[in-house]
Write a protein that binds this ligand. Structure first.
Ligand SMILES: [Fe+2]
Ligand SMILES: [Fe+2]
Length: 172
């Protein structure tokens, strides 16, 4: 069943959001690199790659459904942050915004009885639970760490161990 115009428009907007997420997290990676927090920087770089995979997943779906991909503008992301905590709080609120957007898309797909889109959006919805949970856990730990540099660098070391994108819920 070909995709409707309304679904096509909404999917294109979601593709833009995923690439904007990638851009934001890449900016955060550069910020962490500037603080010599290389584990945080690496973690953000992988997160950015995951967002690209999300964008590509939607890109492919839209084309498989006979839709037309029209890429939106991805603006300049925030470059400076007050602290690692502020950066991760922004990840949390950004992911909450993305979750809301996915849910709105799902509601639209339900209204149109677009079952194929509901399938892919179900995957995204589950992925969002994981992403919000991860961001919130890191925020909690950064709040506990406060100004303790030793604890911050220990966490940096821990985050450097993150596997590459696609290994745990990427685009498969
Ligand atoms: Fe995403
Ligand atoms: Fe995300």
């Amino acid at each position: 069943m070909p995709i409707s115009d309304a679904m096509q428009k909404a999917f294109n907007e979601q593709i833009q959001k995923e690439f904007a997420s990638a851009y934001l997290y890449l900016a955060m990676s550069a910020y962490f690199e500037s603080l010599s927090l290389e584990g945080f920087a690496q973690w953000m770089k992988i997160q950015a790659q995951e967002e690209v995979l999300h964008g590509m997943k939607l890109f492919d779906h839209l084309q498989e459904r006979g839709g037309r991909v029209v890429l939106g503008e991805v603006g300049q992301p925030q470059a400076e942050f007050d602290s690692p905590l502020e950066a991760f709080e922004l990840v949390g609120s950004h992911e909450a915004m993305v979750t809301k957007s996915i849910h709105q898309l799902f509601t639209l797909a339900e209204g149109e009885r677009d079952y194929a889109s509901q399938g892919i959006l179900q995957w995204f919805s589950t992925e969002q639970v994981e992403e919000e949970d991860t961001a919130n856990r890191i925020v909690e730990r950064l709040r506990m760490i406060e100004d303790n540099k030793a604890a911050l660098f220990m966490m940096d070391n821990e985050l450097s161990a993150r596997a590459t994108a696609g290994g745990d819920g990427g685009a498969e």
